[in-house]
Write a protein that binds this ligand. Structure first.
Ligand SMILES: Cc1cc2nc3c(=O)[nH]c(=O)nc-3n(C[C@H](O)[C@H](O)[C@H](O)COP(=O)(O)O)c2cc1C
Length: 347
C-alpha cells in the first residue's frame, strides 16, 4: 500500500511535466488589456502588494496545492517554501489525506513553518476524503490536523474526473455539499474550495455560493489536466489509458470559469481566485483585471523547483515583473487600478 501510494505521487509529478498532460491553454489569448502609451507613472512605482486576511503581502500570487509524497518531496517543498516566504507568495500544499492517519504524521509541514516563520500555508484535502470523514463522524480529525500544520486556510479540492479515471480512485461524491457545510461550521480557519484543472460551471458555483466560503479557486482547464495525467500513467491499452484520451479535453476553461464566477459573486464577500494553465504574469494581469483576487500556479512552480532554487526564484521574479509591465502599460499603479476598465475586449 505504502509503496503504491509513493509510486502514484512520483507518477503524478513525472507525468504532469510531460507536455501531453497539459490542456491547450486557459483561453487568456482571447482577451487583451488596453494599452496606454502615456501612463502617468514609472515602472518602479507599480505595486503588486495585495491584501491577505488582515495583512498586506508582497504579491497576489499563490502556489496551487501539489502533492509531493515521495523521497525528493522534502527538497522540493523546501525550495517552494523559501521562494514563497521570501517573495510573499502563499503556499498551498498537496492533499494531507495520508497525514490524517497518525502513522504518517511526520510533522514535515510543521517543520517547514518553523523554518520559514513568514510562510503562509494552505492545508489541502480532497472532497472524497472529506465525505468519508463526515460519514464516520470524524471531521474533528481534520480540524486537529489543520491545527498541527499551522496553516492559515484549508482548501478542499474537487477532482471528480481524476477520481473516476484513476484505477485506485474514489469517485464517491454524493453528500459532498453537506460534508462541506458540516466542516465549515467547525473549521477555525477560512475555507476555500478549489478545482484541480477542470474548472467550474454556473451550477457548481451556485451550489458553492450557499456555503459563504472565504474563497473559491476555479482552477480551470488550460494547464495540467488530470484526465490526461491519469491516462498517461495507466498501462498502455488499459481502460484508464483510453479514458484519458476520451476525456482529455473535459472541463471548462479558466477564462470561462472566471467570467461565470465573477458574474455570480460580484456582490458576495467570497473571493474568486484563478488558477489552471496560468503561464505568465500577463495571464495573471488579465485574471486580476477580470476580477480575480489571487492567481495561482502549479506545474510551472514544480518544473522550476525540480531544477534548482535559483531557477525557481528567477521564474517567480519574472512572473512578478510581467505583471508589473502589464500594469505599467495599462496605467495601473496598484492592483485595484488594474480593473475591468483595462480590458480592451474579447477576440
Ligand atoms: C504534481 C501535482 C500534484 C497535485 N496535487 C494536488 C493536490 O494534492 N491537491 C490539489 O488540490 N491539487 C493538486 N494539484 C492540482 C493543482 O493545484 C492545480 O489545480 C492544477 O494543477 C492546475 O494548475 P496548473 O495548470 O498551473 O498546473 C496538483 C498538481 C500537480 C501538477
Amino acid at each position: 500500500m505504502e509503496h503504491q501510494f509513493i509510486q502514484r505521487k512520483v507518477d503524478h509529478l513525472h507525468f504532469s511535466l510531460n507536455p501531453e498532460s497539459q490542456a491547450n491553454g486557459a483561453n487568456f489569448d482571447h482577451i487583451d488589456l488596453l494599452h496606454d502609451s502615456l501612463p502617468d507613472l514609472n515602472l518602479n512605482e507599480v505595486s503588486i502588494q495585495s491584501n491577505f486576511l488582515d495583512s498586506e503581502i508582497a504579491t497576489p500570487f499563490f502556489v496551487s496545492g501539489m502533492t509531493a509524497g515521495h523521497e525528493n518531496a522534502g527538497a522540493i517543498n523546501d525550495r517552494i517554501a523559501l521562494m514563497a516566504s521570501e517573495r510573499g507568495w502563499i503556499m498551498g500544499v498537496g492533499s494531507q489525506r495520508r497525514e490524517l492517519d497518525s502513522v504518517y504524521q511526520d510533522q514535515a509541514l510543521q517543520k517547514l513553518s518553523a523554518r520559514f516563520p513568514k510562510l503562509k500555508l494552505i492545508s489541502n484535502l480532497g472532497l472524497a476524503q472529506l465525505i468519508e470523514l463526515h460519514q464516520k463522524n470524524e471531521l474533528s480529525k481534520l480540524q486537529k490536523l489543520i491545527e498541527n500544520t499551522g496553516s492559515v486556510m484549508i482548501a478542499i479540492h474537487l477532482n471528480p474526473l481524476q477520481e473516476a479515471i484513476q484505477a485506485e480512485g474514489t469517485p464517491q461524491f454524493a453528500g459532498g455539499l453537506e460534508a462541506l457545510k458540516a466542516f465549515k461550521i467547525i473549521a477555525t480557519i477560512p475555507m476555500i474550495v478549489k478545482e484541480t484543472g477542470s474548472g467550474m460551471s454556473e451550477a457548481t458555483l451556485l451550489k458553492l455560493k450557499t456555503l459563504n466560503l472565504f474563497a473559491i479557486d476555479v482552477s480551470g482547464m488550460g494547464g495540467t489536466h488530470w484526465g490526461r495525467v491519469e491516462g498517461l500513467r495507466a498501462k498502455e491499452n488499459s481502460a484508464a489509458s483510453r479514458f484519458g484520451k476520451t476525456f482529455g479535453n473535459w472541463g471548462i476553461s479558466t477564462l470561462e470559469s472566471l467570467l461565470t464566477a465573477e458574474e455570480l459573486f460580484k456582490d458576495s464577500a467570497t473571493e474568486i481566485w484563478a488558477s489552471g494553465g496560468m503561464r505568465s504574469g500577463l495571464d495573471a494581469a488579465k485574471s486580476i483585471a477580470l476580477g480575480a483576487s489571487r492567481v495561482g500556479f502549479a506545474q510551472p512552480v514544480l518544473k522550476a523547483a525540480m531544477e534548482s532554487e535559483i531557477v525557481l526564484m528567477d521564474w517567480a521574479a519574472q512572473i512578478e515583473q510581467e505583471l508589473k509591465i502589464a500594469m505599467f502599460c495599462s496605467n495601473s499603479k496598484n492592483l485595484s487600478q488594474l480593473n475591468s476598465d483595462k480590458v480592451k475586449g474579447f477576440r
